[in-house]
Design a binder for this molecule. Structure first.
Ligand code: AMP
Length: 283
């Protein structure tokens, strides 16, 4: 496995692979790799000839007061996970390599980046969109793998790829969970034992919301009230938002119909976690 720090070298390496007739899979991450990340890399390795993983803790997507300095970083351990999952290339740039002082461009995905998680973390999705656009530009023609765990991010990335005609096919991968239902996340390592136990309420609440839609509830307000009540019964967890949204527009429909996403953001102790599930109303 080749580890690359320079942006131009990543582009040149992947261009060489394509010139040799190989397809490229690309998996952008912020490192602290776990089985959720590994599932993306493994799928890319099944579907593509050469898999590149980027490991970059993107400072632009942390809003003031967030955990940029504390965010877990362990490149040595990440290289082991990436190689075992099938990566041939790891791109691990410094912040100045990604964003030299001369950088002046921000990618803003209007609407989609301003709601839900974006409303609680103003500027977060501009940071995500700007870094992902640059990473995808460097990777070039590829299939790029993103987790449904970060559902709003997936929607934002799908939109920017379409709007900017990037030569990238975005592949959505299912959320990998622990046996307690908690979505794997690099931030789970901040949780105490009690908080980890409490965090299981998030998936439980989403499942309760989905079950109530499947049982016939068509009023999004009622579903959100139920999800909120389940979360609020857990004293260590504070709900930030819960919503039932159209998976393409992230807007809440007046009446629930077709494919939907139940999404939420919450604080477990001091740790912010997000989760979501799909639910479909049969037509
Ligand atoms: P991150 O390192 O948190 O920025 O995540 C990098 C990629 O891995 C993103 O596309 C995430 O959505 C995806 N990812 C993170 N956690 C999971 C998970 N539990 N299951 C599936 N994909 C995940």
């Amino acid at each position: 496995m080749r580890v690359i720090e320079r942006a131009v070298e990543l582009s040149a390496t992947l261009d060489e692979q394509r010139s040799a007739g190989r397809t490229v899979g690309f998996v952008p991450t912020m490192g602290a790799l776990h089985d959720g990340h590994a599932s993306l890399i493994e799928r890319a390795a099944v579907e593509c000839d050469t898999v590149a993983v980027s490991i970059f803790v993107n400072p632009l997507q942390f809003v003031p007061g967030e955990d940029l300095a504390e965010y877990p970083r362990d490149l040595g351990a990440d290289l082991v996970v990436a190689e075992k999952a099938g990566a041939a290339v790891v791109f691990a740039p410094t912040a100045t390599e990604m964003f030299p002082d001369a950088s002046r461009t921000t990618v803003h995905v209007a609407g989609l980046g301003d709601v839900l998680e974006g409303a609680s973390r103003p500027g977060h999705f501009d940071g995500v969109a700007t870094a992902v656009t640059k990473l995808l530009a460097l990777a070039g023609r590829s299939r790029s793998y993103f987790g449904e765990k970060d559902f709003q991010q997936l929607v934002v990335v799908g939109r920017l790829v379409a709007d900017l005609s990037l030569p990238v096919e975005v592949v959505a991968c299912p959320t990998v969970r622990g046996s307690d239902g908690v979505a794997l996340s690099s931030r789970n390592r901040y949780l105490s034992v009690d908080e980890r136990e409490a965090a299981a309420v998030l998936h439980r609440a989403l499942r309760a919301g989905a079950a109530c839609v499947r049982a016939g509830e068509r009023d999004p307000g009622e579903v959100v009230d139920l999800v909120s009540a389940v979360v609020e019964a857990e004293p260590l967890v504070t709900l930030d938002y819960a919503a039932v949204v159209d998976p393409a527009t992230l807007a809440t429909p007046r009446t629930l119909a077709g494919e939907l996403r139940l999404v939420l953001g919450a604080r477990v102790g001091a740790t912010r976690l997000i989760d979501n599930v799909a639910v479909e109303v049969p037509r």
